[in-house]
Design a protein around this ligand. Structure first.
Ligand SMILES: *Cc1c(COP(=O)(O)O)cnc(C)c1O
Length: 415
């Protein structure tokens, strides 16, 4: 790796030498075993509901310490099926964080229910249990807790709250493969949990998803909904429920099984590098990595996220900081926008046939404002993707060196 000394080089954005020219490890990581696994499915001619799907439906729940599991076509499909299985219907409300990927809330709308957004915790960017409590109404049917960036949300507080109100807790663990809350893997700590195997995620089959549950009835309902409303023992053209086709293919399952061989090692490496990076970044004034709750025994680090304070960078905006850091050879991004502001939700609920107690009338997102989410999105969050944590210690240290370099020359960046 080539590094330039931080003292004499100007910012790459302004024509100086960049701090690192080598790329970070690329993603996905694959090899001959993956190739063989795919070819084997191809040549077998058994491309759906075969041995590989059956095998991943044994292996993944075991790996995540859950009793039951259903392989599905995407993380979005997993959420839709889980919500349907939880009995979420037209007119029901489902509480979701406003700082998350669109699928967390879109899936609620897609099953006919109303997403009720709540703010997140400023220290972890995970759903804030106090805000959830304040948003519960007589129509609340479920809460979807997102394990943002791979850090489990406060499952103790949310579990207590949901149990006492008779509400189901769904874990959106799309970013949280291997993550643990108080020494237990996430996914079946709530009533249902969902995962994604989309290409960017820490376990990748291009597309794919998974549902976990310890509750046999919920799992059976989810199985039926994901497979055209069939029952496991019924005839092929017998349909007990209205379901869709959200099945995973044998190709996806085969790739998952071979990719799972690397998951534990990659996950450990991300954790080691994340600790090092946290340490280094914390030494820089105005940079604060997100807090990790002491009850999180394992963080999945789908993202490494830190808080940026322009006051320590001569008032340079987060956007300008991101440009400067990218130019130094560190890919980085600003992340989500407040979800309730997306035109999608206002448009979807314009003609909704029912009132929603959470809104005191028809669902209307125009008046929603969450101060924490808005501050994060407006200029605080800096995202690094998981593959940046798959390099050497030197690779990891170079991220902090580049941030320090930008700080050192911040005055020249004033926009
Ligand atoms: C990726 C993601 C999803 C959706 O998964 P897909 O497989 O892309 O449909 C849902 N929730 C969160 C938090 C995600 O990051």
């Amino acid at each position: 790796m080539t590094t330039a000394s931080t003292s004499d080089a100007g910012l790459a954005l302004l024509g100086g030498a960049l701090l690192r020219s080598d790329p970070f490890p690329s993603w996905p990581v694959f090899g001959a075993e993956d190739e063989a696994a795919i070819l084997e499915v191809l040549r077998s001619g058994s491309w759906f509901l075969g041995d590989r799907v059956a095998e991943i439906e044994r292996r993944f729940p075991q790996f995540h310490q859950a009793r039951h599991g259903i392989a599905v076509s995407s993380g979005t499909a997993a959420l839709q099926v889980a919500l349907e299985a939880a009995g979420v219907r037209l007119g029901d409300e489902v509480i979701v964080p406003s700082y998350t990927f669109v699928a967390t809330a879109a899936s609620v709308a897609l099953v006919g229910a109303v997403p009720v957004f709540v703010d997140v915790d400023p220290a972890t960017y995970c759903i804030d249990p106090a805000s959830v409590e304040a948003a519960v109404t007589e129509r609340t049917r479920a809460v979807v807790a997102v394990h943002f960036a791979g850090q489990p949300a406060d499952l103790d507080a949310l579990g207590r709250l949901c149990r006492s109100r008779g509400i189901l807790l769904i874990e959106d663990a799309a970013q949280a493969h291997c993550a643990e809350w108080r020494d237990r893997r996430v996914g079946a700590i709530g009533d249902l949990g969902t995962f994604s195997f989309q290409a960017s995620k820490n376990l990748n089959a291009g597309e794919g998803g998974f549902i976990l549950s310890d509750d046999e009835e919920l799992a059976e309902a989810a199985w039926s909904i994901h497979n055209c409303g069939r029952t496991r023992t019924g005839a092929w053209y017998e349909h007990a429920l209205v379901g869709g086709n959200y099945r995973m293919s044998e190709f996806q399952a085969a790739l998952l099984l071979s990719q799972m061989r690397n998951l534990e090692d990659q996950s450990r490496l991300r954790s080691r590098n994340a600790s090092l990076l946290s340490e280094r970044l914390s030494e820089i004034e105005g940079i604060r990595p997100l807090d990790v709750d002491a009850r999180v025994s394992r963080h999945a680090y789908h993202l490494f996220v830190f808080r940026y304070d322009p006051a320590a960078f001569a008032g340079v905006s987060r956007e300008r900081f991101l440009e400067a850091l990218s130019a130094e050879g560190i890919p980085c991004a600003s992340g989500y926008r407040p979800l309730y502001r997306e035109p999608a939700f206002q448009a979807r609920f314009r003609d909704y046939p029912l009132d929603s107690p959470a809104f005191g009338g028809r669902p209307d997102y125009a008046a929603v404002h969450h101060p924490v989410t808005e501050r994060i999105c407006a200029g605080e969050a800096v995202w690094l993707t998981q593959n940046l944590l798959l390099g050497s210690e030197e690779d990891t240290a170079s991220i902090a060196e580049a941030v320090a370099k930008v700080q050192q020359h911040a005055r020249r960046l004033a926009d």
